[in-house]
Design a binder for this molecule. Structure first.
Ligand code: ADP
Ligand code: MG
Length: 238
């Protein structure tokens, strides 16, 4: 295990995420459903970084979407920090989504908002119990962009945009961060810096990280790597 902080190690023994026989299929035009995630069971310890590897189309994104409640599974259970995710709706669903950070391959920043406003975008507008601007500035500083708070995404490099996206994912202080090929649109130098940043969150804040990646070098830097193929987990750990 590659960790240094007491904060991370104190939570190590408990699984934060527990998937049991999770299944998700999509209807195809010809009628036969495509099984994107097939009977996946997996427990992920709190404070660890796990890489989800496997070829394109193997179900990595779908699995992340199910854990993040962006999509609903057909069957099985998804327990995150003691809460069953499948079937959440309304306020409970919105509250859950705020507790989980999501980082995408294509950054998905809002093009008309500054870096600072993008970071604050997930917050409930009327929430006044903390200083949002101060927190957003703190996060931009943490990702090395203190001086770019007023910049629009179009004025930022890909690596900088992904840093803003990571700051945005952290605004609600999530215990779980889901990252879907976060370095897929970056050159290797910027990609390495993004992975450094994500692993620093694990070390310093005990954030649990689930990261889909094609990159074996990145997978090797995580605590665990599991592989998917045709919707199934084909190997539990390297
Ligand atoms: P990966 O992220 O590993 O590339 P995905 O989870 O994106 O894999 O896709 C797994 C399979 O599910 C693929 O065959 C893909 O075409 C299919 N799929 C994913 N999302 C949808 C969708 N919304 N509708 C139909 N098929 C989908
Ligand atoms: Mg994908």
């Amino acid at each position: 295990m590659k960790r240094t902080s007491a904060a991370a190690s104190s939570t190590l023994t408990m699984p934060l995420v527990c998937l049991t026989r999770v299944r998700k299929s999509f209807p195809l035009p010809d009628g036969a459903p495509l099984v994107a995630v097939n009977d996946v069971s997996l427990a992920i310890a709190a404070g660890t970084a796990i890489a989800l590897t496997g070829p394109s189309g193997s179900g990595k994104s779908t699995l992340l979407h199910l854990i993040g409640a962006i999509e609903q599974s057909d069957s099985g259970t998804i327990d995150v920090d003691g809460q069953e995710v499948t079937g959440l709706s309304g306020r409970a669903l919105a509250a859950y989504r705020r507790r989980v950070g999501f980082v995408f391959q294509r950054f998905h920043l809002l093009p008309t908002l500054t870096a600072l406003d993008n970071v604050m975008a997930p917050l409930i507008p009327f929430r006044t119990d903390f200083d949002k601007v101060a927190r957003a500035r703190e996060l931009l500083a943490m990702v090395g962009l203190a001086d770019r708070a007023a910049a629009l995404p179009s004025r930022l490099s890909g690596g900088q945009q992904q840093r803003v996206a990571i700051a945005r994912a952290l605004i609600s202080q999530p215990a779980l961060l889901l990252a879907d090929e976060p370095t897929g649109n970056l050159d290797s130098q910027n990609g390495t810096a993004i992975v450094d940043l994500l692993l620093r969150l694990r070390d310093e804040q005990g954030t649990t990280l689930i990261m889909a990646t094609h990159d074996t070098g990145i997978a090797a830097r995580c605590d665990r790597a599991v592989q998917m193929r045709d919707g199934c987990l084909t190997s539990l750990d390297r």
